[in-house]
Every structure is written in C-alpha cells, then in structure tokens.
Design a binder for this molecule. Sequence first.
Ligand SMILES: [Zn+2]
Length: 308
Amino acid sequence: MKTALLTHADCLGHVTPQGHPEQVARLEHILHALEGLDLKRVTAPLAADDDLLRVHPENHIRDIRSSRPSDGFAQIDGDTFMSPGSLDAAYRAAGAAVQAVDLVLGGEASNAFCAIRPPGHHAEAEKAMGFCLFGNAALAAKHALDYHGLKRVAVVDFDVHHGNGTQDLLWDEDRALVITSQQMPLWPGSGRPDETGAYDNVLNIPLAPGTGGAEMRSAYETQAFPRLRAFRPELVIISAGFDAHQDDPLANLNWSTGDFAWITAELCGIADEVCQGRIVSTLEGGYDLNALAEATRAHVEELMKAAR
Ligand SMILES: [Zn+2]
C-alpha cells in the first residue's frame, strides 16, 4: 500500500494579508516539491460539523462561520485572518485529517500526509489563534477514538511552537497521549514540563533557543520515544510543523532537513512496532518556503519508505 497525500485546491483559497508568513505560497511550494512522487493522491472532503463538534463547542464553529468576510480580510486575533476562501479551506483541512484517519484505519493507505492550511495545533476549544481555526490533529484523534473505537491514539507535535490547542482539546482525554516539543521561550508561551494533562497524558518537551539536531534527537530518544512505546498507541498522528528548521524566520532552533527525515523515520519505526505502521501526519507550520518544501519532501519520502 502507498502513502496517501490528501489536499484540496480550496486550501490555496485561504489568503492572508501581504507579508503574512502563513501564506498561499507555502502550500504551492510543498505541492511542487511532492510532484512526481508515487503517492495515493486523494481530494480532501469538507469536514462535517460533527467532526468539528468532537473538539469545539457549537458557538466556536458558529463564530468562525460568521467571521468569514465577503471580501478583504477579517482579523480573528493578532495574527489570525480569514479571507472569503478561508472557511472552505478550514473545512477541507479538517476534512483531510478525518479522511486520512479513515484511509489508514480502513487499510486503504499505509500512512498519510495532509498538505493543508490553515494549520490547526494552536486552535483551542473556543479560541482560534496563531493562524489556526480548527484543531485538525486533535479532531482526527477524536474521530479515531469515538468513531472508529480505538482505545489509544498518540499525537506527536514537532512544530517549533507549542501545540497549545491540541493540548487544550485533548487535556482531559485519557485515551490520547500528546507529546509536543517546542522552543521555549517562544510564542505562545505555554508548554512547560509541568503541563501534564488531566490524566498525565501530555508530555511537554521544551527546547532552548539554538537547539540543534543532536540535542533534539537526544530529547526524543530519552523522553518522547519511551513514553510513546509504553503507551502503545493504535494510531500515531503527527503535527508536522517544519519551523524548527535552521532557516525558518519565526524561530531559533537549528534542525536540518535531515533531522526531519530522522524524526519521521523514528516515528515510523515505532508505529511499525506498535500499530502496523499506522501514521496520519498533518501540516502545521514552516515559513521559509524552500526549507519548508525540502523538509516536507523529506518527511513524505520517509513515510513512503515505511509504507507496506
Ligand atoms: Zn509553528
């Protein structure tokens, strides 16, 4: 079986103001970088409101729906904007994550990568923030638990920013383990090691500015991977942000493209041991266009090597 690639042209219709780092060109660069790879290409559906309601209350969904401007931009918070196409993009992004779970659990793909925007890991239950409207990774996890009946799902978030939204949405979900590494200090400021979830189901791994590949690998080998193996998830969801790359303009970690390949291969190895290799990866951040495209391709190539 192949690696699935889920995306939709609507995700290019989410436009942000000139100079905003979370720009249409990010996804264009990624899709160009993935051209020619032997992937199972899937057009992402719109999420159903029932998918969103697993992690967001109805009023949050209503607020986002009513915030969509008919032209220009609506500003949701300091750095989060909606254009006329943003609502469909957000529903496609969430729909991709849900569909990817269906494909992987249904045996139609070994693993999957969702090339989507807007990203999701900063969206809290009732608060869109940090370029994110809906919690794509968390709602995919809930779909796997509540719809497919899995007993344990892990989310691993290696975006350079703290996955505060995923942590919030899965804080009191004892069937989910959330592992998130982040530069600290850095926006949004949360992600301390003492934030451990209602059931000791959250593992935060702060990394000092300047942390390079060797220290990152050591942190994952000593903290993240043992917890992940011990939890024995039936599905691993990756919040794949590529802004820990040394070329990224929004943060100060020094990971190389090879480091993203390494962490992907390691996660594939663990998924192979514990859950028949079942991985759903969703795009989060990454703001240097060339580094983003290169690191994403390396990530997807590792998923492809692991596909069986
Ligand atoms: Zn980020």
